[in-house]
Design a protein around this ligand. Structure first.
Ligand code: NAP
Length: 302
């Protein structure tokens, strides 16, 4: 695949940034990949793994002369990082992010945008429960959605950036930021909160010992624990920055939960059976859309 940007700078070198770097390398999308991270430990790990051509100690040095700069830090840190790099961005470059929420990131970054820099917010709907520079892999974005919220972006800059993500194997879609946040509250944010809750409940239950929870962990609980092992900082920021949409979905979830609770109490098997039949069809739809496999354990080796 042809090179799309001469120099790409990645700020933050965790799961998403390292996967982008491996993917860019594998497909020759960037002439040079420069990276930086907050801690010396992560920068040293990135140097050792070698997914960047250059790892700089400061974000200012990393973004100098870059044609594409991608913020790969937790959502709550985007504003501060944007303020730090703003004076050092090359005029005409594309500034983007990979944050899981979009309205809050746009509001946090916009005030710092220098004239002539094209801001194109984006969110790869791809991830694992792993984090850090060792967790990335080149195929993470293959056949996964990349949602962009490019309000008023320059058409040429946008077209090139879309090509870049397609080059990483992603399917690209554009959305309004508030709609993005609502969709993700349904498909990702509320489910994560429910998983965190269920694992917390099991942990609190005094009559079932910790070792029983681990030893007899059945498919349902095991899947929850995988999700609930996700990075605490990232997910704290997701909920704080997508408050309204998450609370709306959780309100609806609570109502449904009460209805199912009543059906169980009243022995209403028809209600339960009809409900589970409807939800099964959603799973089939996801598999048919190529967004998961029907292999046991979701076919996930990683
Ligand atoms: P990660 O593996 O935990 O890496 C986060 C990186 O950000 C690290 O390099 C960390 O530096 C740096 N960082 C953390 N706090 C910072 C701060 N206050 N200021 C500056 N840098 C800071 O995270 P990730 O999974 O790659 O997630 C990065 C972004 O992608 C997040 O916005 C997240 O919402 C989004 N996202 C994640 C997923 C997912 O499944 N993981 C999926 C889609 C989008 P140190 O290592 O030096 O601490």
């Amino acid at each position: 695949m042809a090179q799309i940007y001469e120099r790409v700078a990645l700020i933050g070198l965790g799961l998403i940034a390292s996967s982008m770097a491996h993917g860019m390398r594998a497909r020759g999308l960037a002439g040079e990949i420069v990276g930086t991270a907050r801690s010396a430990e992560t920068r040293d790990a990135a140097r050792e793994i070698g997914f960047c051509d250059r790892v700089e100690d400061s974000a200012a040095e990393a973004v100098a002369g870059a044609d594409l700069v991608v913020l790969c830090v937790p959502v709550g840190a985007m504003g501060a990082v944007a303020a730090e790099i703003a004076p050092h961005l090359k005029p005409g470059c594309v500034l983007s992010d990979v944050g899981s929420t979009k309205r809050a990131v746009m509001d946090a970054v916009a005030p710092h945008l220098p004239e002539g820099v094209h801001f194109i917010p984006a969110h790869p709907v791809a991830g694992t429960e792993q984090s850090g520079p060792h967790s990335g892999f080149a195929e993470l974005f293959e056949n996964r959605w990349l949602l962009m919220t490019p309000k008023g972006a320059d058409p040429q800059a946008l077209e090139t950036y879309v090509e870049f993500w397609k080059g990483l194997g992603a399917l690209v879609e554009q959305m309004e930021p508030d709609h993005h946040d609502l969709v993700l509250a349904v498909t990702s944010h509320a489910p994560h909160l429910i998983a965190y809750t269920m694992v917390g409940v099991a942990d609190d239950l005094q009559r079932v010992t910790d070792s029983e929870v681990v030893t007899f962990s059945a498919a349902g609980f095991r899947d929850f624990t995988r999700i609930a092992a996700s990075d605490p900082t990232m997910w704290r920021d997701v909920f704080l920055s997508n408050k309204e949409a998450t609370l709306e979905i959780l309100g609806r979830f609570t109502e449904e939960l009460f209805a199912l609770q009543r059906a169980i109490r009243q022995g209403d098997g028809d209600h339960l059976h009809a409900y589970f039949t409807r939800t099964r069809a959603i799973r089939r739809g996801i598999i048919e859309a190529g967004q998961d496999t029907d292999a046991p354990n979701f076919g996930r080796g990683r």
